[in-house]
Ligand binder design. Structure first.
Ligand SMILES: Nc1ncnc2c1ncn2[C@@H]1O[C@H](COP(=O)(O)OP(=O)(O)OP(=O)(O)O)[C@@H](O)[C@H]1O
Ligand SMILES: [Mg+2]
Length: 436
């Protein structure tokens, strides 16, 4: 029979978990304070510990620490309803075996315990516990999907693995990329985001790899590229789905060799950068459509993180709203209260612009409203949507005009571009977007 220590201050949950694990044949010692837990761990070693995180003045991280001090091979499973990326990272560093988001299905818990037992029997690896101050979090959310993401970040960050972050606009891709950097050994080195979509394809190469003097007209001195400037740090290649085929190959070579060759240079030099890539396009689909090299895709996605849209994690909306309300109240010296009806209204919306849209809405309301209630939220949402519509209408008008001019020139694109007063290149881009 396997002995197990259960630390949970909620009596109902403690009883449920204890009963379930006993039914699976475990001998469960259940306690409800960190003090009792640490005392038990002083007296006897437990191969498996299951602990809540937020218990009393001390936390599950202290239990984790005590358990691993007593027996470095102890498998600790932490459960939490308020997990943050910081607690997840600290738990991972402390050698946690698994991390479970509350509420959970009992099967999930039993499965974790069984895996812990199996790993004990096969002899799990050892790791040193590190203690440090927990910083305030920037990444809000504790729905299971977010906790899974924290776990992935916590595991991937200390390695140099390339990470691809996918998700709709405003879901937090850049924030997650910064976390990968912050929790890596490169944290004190530069983090440099590059928006690949906003740099002309012809300039991307010199922007990233650098260029030597005289490499092209106007290059009157050597120019250091981003990869070299970020040496020993992390580069975020944002909107990676938008880079051209030629450059995809150059990037692949760089990732394989860890060498850059500045434009016009005769020799390559070594650089040490970790690459994180982000995109709001479906890269797998771009690969299937032959728009993105599959070899580059495979090279990039060692770790793949897919951020859920906000509408799929509505239970995080209250915490996010409170977080942003506090932030903007402080910034604008305001004291606008977030009301229950306001939170409810926020939870009912679909958030096409995800967290960024929610953030902007709350910012606007802390400045303009007396209180954030259902009425204020709905009014602000109506204004936001009307503004987005106007933008749509403008784009529609542009498409309409392009179609008309193309028809008039009998499909002659150079002529059409001339008539429209735009460069041919620009017209091509617009046509591609219009799927013409
Ligand atoms: N989980 C989160 N907790 C707190 N703030 C968040 C979270 N996710 C996103 N944000 C905030 O929302 C805004 C948008 O996030 P971010 O820039 O990371 O989005 P993105 O996915 O890179 O979007 P895009 O594809 O448009 O570039 C930022 O101000 C960020 O701080
Ligand atoms: Mg972004």
């Amino acid at each position: 029979m396997s002995k197990l220590l259960l630390v949970e201050d909620d009596p109902a949950l403690q009883f449920t978990v204890q009963t379930a694990l006993e039914a699976e044949g475990y001998e469960v010692d259940a306690v409800s304070t960190t003090g009792e837990a640490i005392e038990r761990l002083r007296d006897s070693a437990y191969p498996i510990v299951v602990s809540d995180i937020y218990i009393d003045e001390r936390t599950g991280l202290d239990v984790l620490d005590a358990a691993r001090r007593k027996d470095p091979r102890c498998a600790v499973i932490l459960m939490t309803g308020r997990g943050t990326i910081e607690t997840t990272v600290a738990a991972t560093r402390g050698g946690v075996f698994d991390y479970i988001a509350k509420p959970f299905e009992l099967d999930v818990m039993i499965d974790a315990v069984e895996r812990a037992k199996a790993s004990r029997e096969s002899g799990g690896e050892e790791e040193e516990a590190v203690e440090e101050e927990l910083p305030e979090t920037e990444l809000i959310g504790n729905t299971p999907a977010m906790v899974e993401i924290y776990k992935k970040v916590a595991r991937a960050a200390p390695t140099d693995a390339t990470v691809v972050i996918e998700g709709e606009t405003g879901t937090g891709k850049e924030v997650v990329a910064r976390m990968v950097h912050r929790f890596s050994r490169r944290a004190n080195q530069p983090f440099v985001p590059v928006d690949c979509a906003s740099i002309a394809p012809s300039l991307l190469e010199s922007e990233l790899f650098g260029a030597v003097r005289g490499a092209y007209t106007g290059a009157d001195r050597d120019r250091m590229g981003v990869f070299e400037a970020a040496n020993h740090g992390t580069v975020l290649l944002d909107e990676i789905g938008d880079i051209e085929h030629n450059f995809q190959l150059a990037l692949l070579r760089f990732l394989e060799k860890g060498e850059i060759r500045p434009v016009g240079a005769s020799r390559a030099r070594e650089v040490d950068v970790r690459v994180v890539a982000a995109t709001n396009r479906d890269l797998q689909r771009l690969v299937d459509e032959n728009k993105f090299r599959s070899d580059l895709w495979w090279r990039l996605n060692t770790v793949r993180i897919i951020l859920p849209p906000l509408r799929d994690r509505r239970s995080d909306i209250p915490t996010l709203a409170r977080f942003f309300a506090n932030k903007y109240n402080a910034r604008y010296s305001r004291d606008v209260k977030l009301m229950d009806s306001g939170v409810k209204a926020l939870q009912e919306y679909t958030w096409p612009g995800n967290v960024r849209q929610l953030q902007h809405l709350i910012e606007r309301l802390t400045v303009l409203a007396d209180r954030i209630d259902a009425e204020a939220v709905n009014e602000a949402l109506t204004i936001m949507e009307a503004r987005d519509k106007t933008v749509d209408t403008l784009a529609d008008a542009e498409e309409e005009q392009i179609r008309r001019v193309l028809a008039a020139t009998g499909g002659n694109k150079s002529k059409a571009a001339q008539l429209l007063g735009i460069e041919r290149k620009t017209l091509y881009r617009k046509l591609e977007r219009m799927k013409l």
